[in-house]
Design a protein around this ligand. Structure first.
Ligand SMILES: Cc1ncc(C[n+]2csc(CCOP(=O)(O)OP(=O)(O)O)c2C)c(N)n1
Ligand SMILES: CC(=O)[C@@H](O)[C@H](O)COP(=O)(O)O
Ligand SMILES: [Mg+2]
Length: 641
């Protein structure tokens, strides 16, 4: 569908065109940009509410600063759609997040305006500070470095590590704190409350408004001179003294809070801040989903709603007649409640993904036993470890790719102490449209080398429930990983009674004599499909769902390698160091010789696209598996005319 931008936006190829407009025209540009994003995202999908909330900021930043010479870093990057559209990508924006299309996040390969690749949160201040220190070293005194970070992203330890450095680095960095009181779900924690206090304090706001009013009376050009800036700071410090303003206490000059939807005020403020060297923080207050009423009202649903009718606001769901299998995340969410009812020691932790992980069900039903701790994966893991020392059985649910943040905590705080924390790693494998920053490719490789850890992956909902059940049994006294993918499983009838699964045991799904296909987790379902193709070719594949990558089912493997000299392994994880590698290690240790092909995520960056496109590209969809089996069995295939 051809989506036409408004008349002003249609003339903006790059920010240079934007800068030719008058300040008064920026409101119109903002509205056209907002409408264009609504038009495109409603029919092509993607993140939504966050970009709508920073439209005015985006326009103001590119209007005031000399991008890309001035370096603009977006945190997470899910809010950078306006930035993409204004920086040369308007006409290809409909390819956003599609296979071979634009990335859903800023990406250095894509544009010189994308100064830093993002996707995981809370990196922007460190990155912008690094750029600022480099500019200082190179003598580029005129260069500006801006980090735009949300209130959710600001909760992460990494953001505070960067603030701690920025305050004393004497480098030219402007941090814009985009405060909309939301993460994906409502933001949490004491920092959120602090930001609310500072935004709503009547004394503070009165004084601030008085000062702005006074500045507004100065002739343009004289406004907010350095002198005035110091006076403004001094007066504000009277109310929010450096000991009570968190950012001032960290030696950053603090400005705001200001209305982040007032484009004129934003432009004036940014223009003024340009002249103030050193580390500074501008606090802006915005509404996530601004300008689309339904998104403003239900910001979590509209974070990334999928396709929708932009007029009625109806979010399209696939029309299906037969009962559908649930999403794995929902199996987790509902099963955890069932288990928690049986076992009073169970608790649930999520770092900022209550909706995405479905821990929200337990948070609603058992608020003293399930917590969102903010975008704080490291804390989530060590908190779980602390709880485990006191006899709690914690299900710490983290997306596989975000778990990377907490590796040392998993190793140092959980594994070395052999604490029985259950890590439910959601979004394991290729996740699809979020792309390389979010693919859960590496968890097997980086956890397999850690002693004391059990690593498992269910092939379906029933196994998922039984693994969760097994993981919380009192006999289980060590860390337990359960990895599972984004999206639906395969069993519409999934609420079966719990059964313990013996640790380190796989199961034979079908017998055969030509080749053994060993799968781990959900891709076992691709193998089932591949086997159908092979049977149609007259071949006899055997299929084993191994379930555990650590410990391996050695008895079953001895049986397999005694019987087969051709083996394929299949996993939705990095081949290097993964499940297939574990099988090769087993063979080497026991002196087995066989021809083995390992299918999984190859050793290169896999871009974004629909999961099925990516599985095909990696070669472990049903067709890819069958193709490899046929290659290995070519002597056995009888060609018929
Ligand atoms: C390390 C990490 N954990 C979790 C996420 C998932 N995530 C993406 S956006 C987001 C909310 C960010 O909130 P905020 O920074 O306030 O931005 P907003 O969406 O409100 O604009 C979360 C939790 C992530 N991208 N990175
Ligand atoms: C930007 C970000 O990190 C999240 O919004 C992520 O896209 C959520 O992924 P899911 O849709 O898999 O929950
Ligand atoms: Mg926010």
């Amino acid at each position: 569908m051809n989506i036409t931008p408004g008349p002003l936006l249609g003339k903006i190829e790059t920010p240079t065109d934007l800068r030719k407009l008058s300040k008064e025209q920026l409101h119109e540009v903002s509205e056209e940009l907002r409408q264009f994003i609504i038009d495109v995202v409603s029919v092509h999908g993607g993140h939504f509410a966050a970009s709508l909330g920073v439209i005015e900021l985006t326009v103001a930043l590119h209007y005031v600063f000399n991008t890309p010479y001035d370096q603009l870093v977006w945190d997470v990057g899910h809010q950078a759609y306006g930035h993409k559209i204004l920086t040369g990508r308007r006409d290809v924006f409909h390819t956003n997040r599609k296979y071979k299309g634009l990335s859903g996040f800023p990406k250095r390969d894509e544009s010189p305006y994308d100064t830093f690749g993002v996707g995981h949160s809370s990196t922007s201040i460190s990155a912008a500070l690094g750029m600022a220190i480099a500019s200082k070293y190179k003598g580029e005194a005129d260069r500006q470095h801006i980090a735009v970070i949300g209130d959710g992203a600001m909760t992460a330890g990494m953001a505070f590590e960067a603030l701690n450095h920025a305050g004393v680095a004497n480098a030219n960095v402007l941090i814009i704190l985009n405060d909309n009181c939301m993460s994906i779900d409502p933001n949490v924690g004491a920092l959120k409350e602090y930001l609310t206090d500072i935004t709503t304090s009547p004394t503070y706001n009165k004084l601030r408004d008085d000062v702005w009013h006074m500045l507004g009376k100065l002739p343009i050009g004289k406004r907010f001179t350095r002198d005035m800036a110091s006076k403004l700071e001094a007066s504000l410090k009277g109310v929010v003294s450096s000991s009570s303003n968190l950012f001032e206490a960290l030696k950053l000059r603090y400005f705001g809070p200001i209305d982040g939807h007032n484009i004129i005020k934003l432009v004036d403020t940014l223009q003024d801040l340009k002249d103030i060297p050193g580390p500074k923080l501008l606090h802006i207050v915005t509404t996530k989903g601004k300008g689309y009423a339904l998104a403003e009202k239900d910001q979590t649903t509209w974070h990334a709603p999928g396709l929708f009718d932009k007029i009625t606001g109806e979010i399209f769901k696939k029309v299906v007649e037969t009962p559908q299998p649930p999403k794995y995340q929902d199996v987790f969410g509902h099963t955890l409640i069932e288990l928690a009812e049986l076992n009073k020691t169970i608790m649930g932790i999520t770092p900022a993904m209550p909706s995405g992980s479905s821990l929200k069900f337990m948070m609603e039903q058992m608020p003293d036993r399930a917590f969102d701790v903010g975008i704080c994966e490291q804390h989530a893991v060590t908190l779980s470890a602390g709880l485990a020392t006191q006899g709690m059985r914690v299900f710490c649910n983290i997306y596989s790719s975000f778990f990377q943040r907490a590796y040392d905590q998993a190793l140092h705080d959980v594994a070395i102490q052999k604490l029985p924390v259950v890590f439910c790693l959601d979004r394991a494998g290729v996740v699809g449209e979020d792309g390389p920053t979010h693919h859960g490719a590496y968890d097997i490789a980086y956890m397999r080398c850690v002693p004391n850890v059990i690593i498992s992956a269910p092939m379906n909902e029933e196994e998922m429930r039984n693994l969760m059940y097994t993981a919380q049994l009192p006999t289980m006294q060590q860390p337990f990983v359960i990895r599972y993918p984004r999206g639906q499983g395969v069993m519409p009838e999934w609420r079966q009674p719990f059964k313990e699964i013996k640790i380190g045991t796989g199961r034979k799904i079908r017998s055969g004599k030509d080749i053994a296909i060993l799968s781990l987790g959900h891709p076992g379902n691709f193998v089932t499909e591949a086997c159908k193709e092979l049977l149609a070719d007259g071949l006899q594949p055997a299929h084993y769902d191994m379930r555990f990558v650590k410990p391996l089912d050695e008895a079953l493997l001895h049986e397999i390698f005694s019987e087969f000299d051709k083996v394929i392994t299949v996993e939705d994880a990095a081949i290097t160091g993964g499940f297939g590698s574990a099988i090769l290690e087993f063979m080497a240790q026991h002196g087995y010789k066989a021809s083995v092909r390992i299918l999984g995520i190859p050793d290169r960056i896999i871009e974004h696209g629909k999961p099925e496109d990516l599985h095909r590209e990696c070669g472990y969809d049903a067709t890819g598996i069958a193709k490899v089996a046929r290659e290995m069995l070519k002597d056995k295939i009888t060609v018929t005319a």
